[in-house]
Write a protein that binds this ligand. Structure first.
Ligand SMILES: [Zn+2]
Ligand SMILES: [Zn+2]
Length: 422
């Protein structure tokens, strides 16, 4: 018998953690955190690190990796991930310690211990695990992200992590081609089961139009963006559409992520376009360069994606007052985030300071998750006998998805702590 325990991400988006127990192996799939409104981390359920025979990390977002170094205080289970994810996760761990270190059960030493156990695995490379096996397939979500195909006690299980079936400028869509249709269990995310994304081409066109109009009117464009994935995708989109009449600046941790990703062209859809984008864009190395970047018209891409601090706030204070400028939000904005307030009220409160924004404000759905239609097609790809376990979704969205798929073995997790048996 194989048991699957949902230690985090049951009936909720984030703090992903799944424990798969077989007779030979106990495998932990992701170990992430969420953050509450005050920035305090919310952890998955506890697991005894010394029970684990393997830890798998799907990608470097904190809602999948943020609790992971806490497993490496006195144990050292092997950590399977792509070499790119290992390097990006290192950035994210250090950033988390800097921002919320007081609340985290790890410090620099545990981060180093975890990374020392990293076993780098590339796409489509089979790994033997005491008689069981695992293989990574491209997940199309962020650079280095994987879906994990496992065989545990003869049961074939797919864990999608976060995945996107649609291709972007940065990545090919998730590699369903190498997944057998008749597997036993699919553990999948359904973050965006609530709606269908607009066609990519149309979205790009509208984004580029907003940028070009602002530049033609003499304004600058500020794009608050997530460090991993979104920043690079937007940069590539701008370069692809020849937005090169003004400098494009990249600030904050996104600069470092850009450099790390450029070391691993094998995970990118178009390494030449990526190299061109890196050559064209300019890194902001500190305050002197920041002030300089504001002197003339420019496009500035910088964290934090929801305007919760970071260099984005610095720029917003200086660019937000001028109506010729534009602020483009290319990501999901949580209802408690300053970005959400900007969209709905035109005012942002950060560090007890109110920033009134006269610049034009746009929101674009550059999602890195599959939308409703894609999720339905994804589930239909599998045999009718395949069990589908939905995690990393609100119960409402997951139930909505399952309504489209009558006659399928769909199990929606409603809370964290639920278990499933094969
Ligand atoms: Zn996630
Ligand atoms: Zn993610």
């Amino acid at each position: 018998m194989v048991t699957v325990e949902v230690l985090g991400g049951g009936g909720e988006v984030g703090r992903m953690a799944i424990l798969v127990r077989g007779s030979r192996n106990t495998v932990l799939l992701d170990y992430g955190v969420n953050f509450d409104e005050e920035g305090r981390p919310i952890f998955p359920l506890h697991v005894r690190p010394r029970d684990l025979t393997a830890v798998v990390l799907s990608h470097a977002h904190l809602d999948h990796c943020g609790a992971l170094p806490g497993l490496y205080v006195s144990s050292s289970p092997p950590l399977y991930t792509t070499p790119l994810t290992a390097e990006l996760a290192e950035l994210m761990f250090r950033d988390a310690v800097k921002l919320s270190g007081y609340y985290l059960p790890y410090e620099e030493e545990e981060i180093r211990n975890a990374l020392r156990q990293a076993k780098p695995v590339n796409f489509n490379e089979a790994v033997e695990l005491n008689g069981d096996s695992l293989m990574f397939l491209n997940a199309g979500h962020v650079p280095g992200s994987v879906m994990t195909l496992m065989s545990i006690d003869g049961y074939r299980i797919l864990f999608t992590g976060d995945f996107n079936l649609a291709s972007s400028n940065l990545l090919d869509g998730a590699d369903l081609y190498n997944v057998p249709r008749d597997i036993d269990l699919v553990i999948m995310e359904a973050t965006y089961a609530g709606g269908t994304h607009p066609p990519r081409e149309k979205l790009e066109e509208e984004f580029i139009k907003a940028v070009k109009e602002t530049l033609e009117e003499g304004g600058s464009v500020l794009i608050p963006s997530f460090t991993i994935g979104r920043t690079q995708e937007l940069l590539l989109t701008l370069i692809k559409h020849d937005v090169t009449e003004v400098p494009i600046y990249v600030d904050g941790l996104a600069r470092v992520a850009n450099r790390v990703i450029s070391k691993y062209p094998q995970f990118l859809r178009d390494p030449n376009l990526y190299a061109k984008a890196m050559t064209y864009s300019t890194e902001i190395m500190g305050n002197y360069f920041r002030r300089n970047a504001l002197r003339d018209q420019a496009v500035i891409i910088t964290p934090a994606g929801m305007l919760k601090g970071g260099a984005a706030v610095y720029y917003l204070k200086r660019l937000g007052g001028d109506r010729r400028n534009a602020v483009i939000l290319p990501s999901y904005q949580a209802p408690d985030s300053p970005g959400y307030d900007l969209l709905t009220k035109g005012v942002v409160r950060v560090d007890n300071e109110e920033i009134r924004v006269n610049a034009k404000v746009y929101w674009f759905d550059f999602s890195a998750h599959s939308g409703l239609e894609e999720l339905v097609n994804f589930i239909r790809y599998f045999s009718e006998g395949t069990n589908i376990l939905i995690v990393h979704s609100s119960p409402r969205n997951a139930l909505r998805l399952s309504e489209h798929l009558e006659g399928r073995n769909i199990h929606v997790t409603l809370t964290t702590g639920e278990a499933f048996e094969l």
